[in-house]
Design a binder for this molecule. Structure first.
Ligand SMILES: [Zn+2]
Length: 286
């Protein structure tokens, strides 16, 4: 699943290759990716044809392209979505779903599993109302560290769950949450209300560090006329310390990394550096 650094790479690519261009044609090849647009595929196409893309913006993992009439094209890549810029006449990708003709180039939405999608957001140029409830991400200049710390410390949920809560902080996916917690030496089940402010600040700083490293790598990985996000963050795998390393020695203490089920996914942690909260251990014995 694309995480924030990959989505930011796509936003940057859209800003460089698509912004300033006018939509000459829209072809919806499969209705599912535009299912959230209540106008239907034909209405979606009509609402965009003739409009110009004015900018490329992002909140968390949502992208939007403000239009010259105050609306916006809002998109989410879901599990497997890609936005590609291609020359007209380039062979169709196998899972091509929507094609935007922009004159000398095309913007293409390709999505195998179709959890992602596109919609026109009425009046959404500044911030689409559909995503106004989503918190800023930790790279947003207006992200408020003090407010985040205070809100985390009012919650009983585990810190990993809070890192994934899009109403508190956006863009921190499962992989980056595990990496930030490993770096901060905190177990994901530690309740927010039992963390000291310095611990919450530390995990926030580590999330920024690990995601920032990925941003740097993603940002240098493409220069061509090509905006791309893979379903996996493969280019970052070599830098991971916890995620996907079950049974491998912790790089700090040598203890084998453990994997546990977490919200239909997995959590990876070092059982020695990231000790399980006491209440949890008692519960596990019962
Ligand atoms: Zn360790």
């Amino acid at each position: 699943m694309p995480e924030l650094p990959e989505v930011e790479t796509v936003r940057d690519g859209l800003a460089r290759h698509v912004v300033g261009r006018t939509v000459e044609s829209v072809t919806v090849l499969h209705p599912r990716p535009v299912r959230r647009d209540l106008r239907g595929p034909a209405g979606f196409a009509a609402a965009l044809t003739g409009r110009r893309f004015e900018a490329a913006r992002r909140r968390g993992k949502y992208l939007w392209l403000p239009l010259d009439n105050g609306d916006a094209l809002l998109g989410h890549l879901g599990m497997s979505g890609q936005l590609l810029v291609q020359e007209p006449g380039h062979p169709d990708e196998r899972h091509l779903r929507v094609r935007f003709g922009l004159g000398d180039r095309e913007l293409r939405f390709v999505d195998q599993r179709m959890f992602g999608g596109l919609a026109v957001s009425a009046g959404g140029a500044e911030l689409p109302p559909e995503i106004a409830h989503i918190a800023r991400d930790p790279f947003d200049p207006q992200f408020d560290d003090d407010l985040f710390v205070a809100r985390v410390r009012r919650r009983t949920a585990g810190i990993k769950r809070l890192l994934l809560d899009q109403s508190l902080i956006s863009g921190v996916g499962n992989i980056y949450a595990d990496e930030a917690l490993w770096r901060a030496e905190l177990h994901g089940e530690r309740p927010g209300e039992r963390l000291r402010p310095v611990q919450v600040r530390r995990v926030l700083a580590e999330a920024r560090a690990v995601m920032g490293a990925a941003l740097g790598q993603g940002g240098t990985s493409f220069d061509a006329l090509y905006v791309n996000v893979n379903g996996e963050s493969g280019y970052f795998d070599r830098s991971l310390h916890a995620y996907g390393r079950e049974g491998l020695p912790c790089e700090r203490c040598g203890t084998p990394i453990r994997r546990v089920e977490f919200m239909n996914r997995s959590s990876f942690f070092c059982p020695r550096c990231q000790t399980v909260p006491r209440a949890r251990r008692v519960a596990a014995r019962d």
